[in-house]
Design a protein around this ligand. Structure first.
Ligand code: G3D
Ligand code: MG
Length: 186
């Protein structure tokens, strides 16, 4: 069966500054990486055509540029999102603690919709380069994703990536697309 065009999925990348949001997007897009900077809301987005079953999904990946907590303009950033990746840096525990803030903000500005969320622990290539006790370990992050899932039906999964080595980057975006399809009952 020929591929059918048609589905546009907007997904937002959220999380503290310097956790690797732009790097994940760049790694995933490869040569087709292009900046489309929207100055008014301080965001960038890129589009990737992703074959998915019989469809081509146009994945619009939105990424906050610059000042991460500039919330007056956030409505336009979050509106009509189908899914979110909430990213933290496994070597900086405070970026993990702030996940709550980002999820709350996203829900508030996206019409209180409970869209699928993928929690992403990035910079796994730096594991072992700083003492283990100051890193966020995988078990704690998985447990937290479980806690969030049980709280209000958010359906949060957890995946670890390295935007530097490319480890799991494609899988992360594929997982989010899967979750969106699943949620839509497709
Ligand atoms: P942001 O968009 O979330 O603000 P960026 O984050 O993608 O701009 O990344 C912030 C810094 O972290 C960048 O370093 C980038 O190269 C680095 N980085 C992103 N992902 C990874 C990763 O998986 N591993 C490692 N080791 N570094 C990563 P610079 O020095 O360019 O500011
Ligand atoms: Mg960025």
């Amino acid at each position: 069966m020929p591929m059918q065009p048609g589905r546009i999925f907007k997904v937002v990348l959220i999380g503290d500054g310097a956790v690797g949001k732009t790097s994940l997007r760049r790694n995933y897009l490869g040569k087709s990486f292009r900046e489309n900077y929207l100055m008014t809301i301080g965001a960038d987005f890129s589009v990737k055509q992703v074959p998915y079953e019989d469809y081509i999904v146009s994945l619009q990946i939105w990424d906050l540029a610059g000042q991460p907590r500039f919330s007056e303009v956030r409505g336009a950033y979050y509106a009509n999102s189908y899914g979110a990746m909430v990213v933290f840096d496994v070597t900086r525990p405070n970026t993990f603690t702030n996940i709550d803030y980002w999820i709350n903000e996203m829900i508030k500005y996206n019409d209180n919709k409970l869209i699928p969320i993928l929690m992403v622990g990035n910079k796994t290539d730096l594991r072992g380069t700083t003492p283990d006790e100051v890193q966020v370990d995988k078990t704690s992050a998985m447990t937290y994703a479980q806690v969030l899932s049980e709280w209000g039906g958010l359906k949060v999964d957890y995946i670890e990536t390295s935007a530097k080595s490319g480890q799991n980057v494609n899988s992360a975006f594929e997982r989010l697309i899967d979750k969106i399809y699943y949620q839509m009952g497709l």
